[in-house]
Design a binder for this molecule. Structure first.
Ligand code: PEP
Length: 255
């Protein structure tokens, strides 16, 4: 099964509206036309509009980093799916480990967000992954299973193929420590097998599984060559055009 590779940049709480547009413009100059790889930029909410304008007519998609599951209402500081849609957002990162750790997001809340995103035709980039303590306690697969089963409860097989899953070992995020290709492939294969049990093998074969955690040009080719690694969710290396473009080129070469 040939799955289109995906490189998604998670800018986290970086870049103003103007800085974000400038970065997007530099990225578009290099790889704005169809590359054969799905490219997604996920700026903070405040830069979605300016980055979205810059991406107009380009083959690069716009993603948000979070959303609230409700349609609207008294949820101060939150943003709903429909609001994202009006800014031409197509993807939304859900369940990032920073949201889980610093904002108390549970699997149940992430599940509500996944269902709301799918109902609004937004593609969730669902993040899962274990902490260092969980890995050392041999809990990696159990944690990932709990997170996936929790987040995807009630998702139908025909919806599941729209979900992108990012395996991001928490100990590898922003630390410079990368999972070995064997560690990453083991968990990716496990996730695909689990998706097969949940939604059927045909659906599981179509779901794109990304690796995230200190991915950079120097380690991307090896990770992207693994049979179940279909791309990357990239933090630090997505904040500069040069490194992000190199990652996309590595994904193009790995097709
Ligand atoms: C992330 O936060 O999604 C991430 C993968 O960050 P980094 O690439 O900086 O480790």
């Amino acid at each position: 099964m040939i799955r289109k590779k995906v490189i998604a940049g998670n800018w986290k709480m970086n870049k103003t509206a103007a800085d974000g547009a400038a970065l997007a413009k530099d990225i578009c100059t290099e790889i704005g036309r169809e590359t054969g790889v799905d490219i997604v930029l996920c700026p903070p909410f405040t830069a979605l509009e300016s980055v979205g304008r810059t991406l107009e007519g380009m083959a690069i998609k716009l993603g948000a980093q979070n959303m609230h599951p409700e349609k609207n209402g008294a949820f101060t500081g939150e943003v709903a799916a429909e609001m994202l849609r009006t800014l031409y957002v197509t993807h939304v990162i859900l369940g990032h480990s920073e949201r889980r750790a610093y904002f108390g997001e549970t699997d149940a809340l992430i599940n509500q967000k996944v269902l709301a995103a799918l109902a609004n035709e937004l593609r969730p980039i669902l993040c899962v992954g274990e902490t260092l303590a969980e890995r050392e306690a041999n809990q990696t697969l159990a944690v990932v299973q709990r997170q996936i089963e929790g987040a995807l409860a009630g998702v139908k097989p025909e919806q599941a193929i729209s979900v992108i899953v990012a395996y991001e070992p928490v100990w590898a995020i922003g630390t410079g420590k990368v999972a070995t290709t064997a560690q990453a492939q083991e968990v990716h294969a496990f996730i695909r097998g689990l998706l097969g049990k949940l939604h059927g093998t045909a659906a599981a074969q179509k779901v794109r599984l990304l690796y995230g955690g200190s991915m950079k040009p120097a380690n991307a080719a090896e990770l992207l060559a693994q049979p179940d690694i279909d791309g990357g969710l990239v933090g630090g290396a997505s904040l500069e055009a040069r490194s992000f473009v190199e990652l996309v080129r590595a994904a193009v070469a790995a097709r």
